[in-house]
Design a binder for this molecule. Structure first.
Ligand code: BG6
Length: 310
């Protein structure tokens, strides 16, 4: 506070605190009072607040945050696979690893973080990781919080292996919603999707918008780069923009499944909606020395926002 945008120093907008397991969390702040918190456990964004201090990401009241389990909530990073189709653990190991702060990352191609508070994290495979997925990689994650309160995640994955490798990826974003029954997603109309509840059978979305009356667990394929989640009760719309991430995961466990989940409180499924920028249908293949970038930016705008503005 008290700093004008022109003199605000983004380096002063960082604070490192320890969680209850002694693992560092980086807190990003913008001059208007918005904040984001990133844990070195998983490189997971675990909190994102607007200038009024309202939490924008869901966190379970039963969240366990103890390696090797990722916390239920926030934005876990799913890599090197999304789902559980391989011998690797569900949604990959990256969300269960301890990342390091990268003090000297290679510059990003565009000046993406000007005027933002940001932190760069790095994950390299351990001996244990190489046993389950024998590929050397460097995974750089930049998390930034803009003056406008927008949250941006940029992942850069480089092949430092002697051979090509392939992976799938997702930002498993747990958005905080007033009541899942009152929420709609726009921007995925007419898209094809895999339905994880029907053995990944392929369907085409028929509705004008996605609404929720039971469990939904889908991967929308080759979707537009902008999707909106409208929460009428909270008068809030999340606008998710993505680059390098062709797919969108939509997941809400609904009542029965959430009751079977040990890390989700009763009825908390109502306050949670996962809408993820992802690359799943066509795995990303990197030759030695190649790098891939996947960027997702989430903005929150008043509900008067019209999806035709997308
Ligand atoms: O419990 P996890 O590993 O975080 O996964 C949450 C959900 O993620 C979804 O994307 C999967 O399709 C679901 O099947 C899964 O339950």
């Amino acid at each position: 506070m008290g700093h004008s945008a022109a003199v605000w120093d983004s380096r002063l907008a960082l604070e490192t605190v320890k969680d209850w397991n002694g693992i560092d969390q980086i807190v990003l702040r913008n001059p208007l009072g918005g904040s984001a918190r990133v844990s070195l456990h998983g490189g997971q964004v675990i909190s994102w607040r607007n200038e009024r201090g309202e939490e924008l990401l869901f966190t379970s009241s039963k969240a366990i945050f103890k390696p090797p389990k990722a916390m239920r909530g926030g934005i876990p990073i799913c890599f090197p696979q999304f789902g559980n189709c391989d011998s690797i653990e569900q949604h990959g190991f990256a969300r269960n690893k301890i990342w390091t702060v990268d003090d000297d990352p290679p510059p990003l191609p565009t000046n993406d973080s000007q005027g933002k508070a940001y932190v760069d994290l790095l994950l390299k495979p351990s001996e244990e990781d190489l046993k389950v997925w024998p590929h050397s990689f460097e995974f750089r994650l930049r998390v930034s919080l803009g003056m406008d309160g927008n949250l941006t995640l940029i992942s850069r994955i480089r092949n430092v292996n002697g051979k090509p490798f392939s992976f799938s990826f997702g930002y498993h974003s747990h958005l905080s919603v007033s009541d899942i029954s009152e929420v709609r997603i726009e921007g995925l109309e007419t898209m094809d999707y895999f339905d994880n509840l029907s053995k990944r059978e392929r369907f085409t979305e028929q509705g004008d918008a996605i609404t929720f009356e039971s469990e939904i667990d889908r991967v929308y394929l080759g979707s537009p780069n902008c999707v909106a989640v409208l929460d009428h009760e909270r008068k809030r719309t999340y606008v998710i923009k993505k680059e390098g991430l062709p797919d969108v995961v939509v997941w809400n466990p609904w009542d029965k499944k959430s009751k079977a989940m040990s890390d989700l409180g009763d009825d908390e499924y109502k306050q949670m909606l996962c809408v993820d920028g992802a690359a799943i249908e066509k795995p990303i293949t990197l030759k030695p020395g190649e790098e891939w970038t996947g960027r997702m930016e989430i903005a929150v705008v008043p509900s008067s926002f019209c999806s035709e503005d997308l």
